[in-house]
Design a protein around this ligand. Structure first.
Ligand SMILES: [Zn+2]
Ligand SMILES: [Zn+2]
Length: 432
């Protein structure tokens, strides 16, 4: 998804480091120019090279303003060490020297094709020069036939095709991503310079909604994360159809919320319990979801990203098939990083299998005597998952729900990409 909304950093009006802040923001702008020009080789070359050159000048300007920072040398030396020890940052310095003294970078456009057929494992990847790319057919031929793995891939796999710019001397990075990471490292330095003069580091805001983002993300702006999705095509291997990630963000509309609360006979302030912790949010949302399910006879699947007990993103999600789940959950993990979320709730209908000891690993949806349920799972940066379950009891057209059960812990392997984003180790019993 392209990011249409621009984010910027907000400084207090009298920030003494304004010259440095502005130059850093110039890098951010040049980065977006490169992103916009991704499919125009000449424009991309100019913009990405300008971003790399401008990034280098941020530290020059910082050094020429050293009088602003008390005990500058003692503060700056460890930063210099850190940047020197960083291979990517060294590459940026060399690249800038090359651009200014020798000529252009040797950037090449590739098409990367990879197969996603699980929540975490990386499937086969193939990089082909863009002009030689023959389309998905070639990659599909490489899938092993008649193995269990091959079957799984064909049934549940997704082929992701992505355009990438790669520079000869930096083969392991996509170039735009490399510059975003380097921007983040320098932004952290600039933020620390604010702390060194006793000021708060700038806050990141969404220019349109005024929403503030928590710090983190390795200094990157939220709009610099996950940009690869915009130039990615997803093709389902089972039917060869292209699909887009539907992650409709649902803006919080107070008036709409009031109306729909009325429809379901709910009190608006009870739908979202903002007085307790994330589990209190989960409980309040589930109570409302029960009411909606019994009224409408169904419930759509929704994801709620939380920071503390506050929602930072509500979205309706769709899982047309198992393959889409892999892609959607990986994408959700990107959003978690972008928004520095520390809790995720997924709420919707599902199936649970009646326990069958002879087939412990059968997917609930495939079980013969499966039970329809409304359920919600909360996973958190810290603490165990919590799941709420209420079984469906159909009475003619009417849906009634059994009592809500709470399950702590439990296996929630589909959230593995989100645990990864938090740097959490997966519980042993998750992976079957
Ligand atoms: Zn500032
Ligand atoms: Zn931006």
């Amino acid at each position: 998804m392209p990011n249409s909304t621009e984010r910027s950093e907000l400084h207090d009006s009298a920030c003494p480091l304004a010259a440095i802040d502005r130059r850093l923001d110039d890098v951010h702008r040049h980065w977006h120019s490169a992103e916009r020009a991704y499919f125009e080789p000449q424009a991309f070359r100019v913009a990405i090279q300008t971003a790399i050159q401008t990034l280098r000048t941020v530290t020059f300007i910082l050094q020429s303003n050293k009088h602003l920072i008390p005990e500058f040398d003692a503060w700056y030396a460890p930063w210099q060490e850190r940047l020197k020890a960083d291979a990517l940052m060294r590459w940026m310095v060399d690249a800038r020297n090359k651009i200014e003294k020798q000529g252009d970078l040797e950037a090449h456009s590739f098409v990367r094709a990879e197969i996603v057929a699980s929540y975490l494992d990386n499937g086969p990847v193939m990089d082909v020069p863009a002009k030689l790319f023959e389309g998905p057919r070639v990659i599909l031929k490489g899938i092993p036939k008649k193995s269990e793995l091959g079957d799984h891939i064909v049934k549940f796999g997704t082929l992701r095709i992505q355009r990438r710019w790669v520079e000869n001397s930096l083969p392991n990075y996509e170039l735009l991503e490399a510059v975003a990471i380097a921007y983040g490292r320098i932004a952290e330095l600039v933020h620390d310079a604010h702390r060194a003069i006793g000021r708060d580091p700038p806050t990141t805001v969404d220019a349109e909604t005024g929403e503030q983002y928590a710090p983190g993300r390795g200094g990157k702006m939220p709009c610099m994360i996950g940009h690869g999705d915009a130039r990615t095509i997803n093709i389902s291997l089972s039917d060869g159809k292209r699909f887009d990630l539907t992650h409709l963000a649902i803006p919080a509309d107070v008036e709409e919320g009031r109306k729909s609360a009325e429809k379901y006979g709910l009190q608006p302030d009870k739908i979202w319990d903002a007085t307790g912790d994330q589990e209190a949010v989960l409980n309040s949302l589930f109570r409302s979801a029960r009411r909606m399910t019994e009224t409408d006879g169904y419930h759509v699947t929704m994801s709620v990203l939380l920071r503390g007990n506050k929602p930072v993103r509500l979205a309706q999600v769709e899982f047309p098939d198992q393959g889409a789940k892999y892609v959607v959950m990986r994408d959700m993990a990107n959003e978690v990083t972008k928004l520095a979320a520390d809790g995720v709730i997924l709420i919707g209908e599902g199936w649970r299998a009646k326990a069958d000891a002879s087939k412990p690993y059968m997917r609930a949806a495939d079980a013969p005597d499966r039970i329809e349920m409304l359920h919600a799972v909360l996973v958190r940066r810290e603490g165990d998952p919590v799941e709420l379950i209420a079984d469906f009891r159909r009475q003619g057209d009417q849906v009634r729900l059994a009592d809500t059960h709470t399950v702590r812990g439990g296996q929630h392997y589909m959230f593995a990409p989100i645990y990864n984003a938090w740097g959490r180790v997966l519980p042993d019993d998750w992976k079957k």
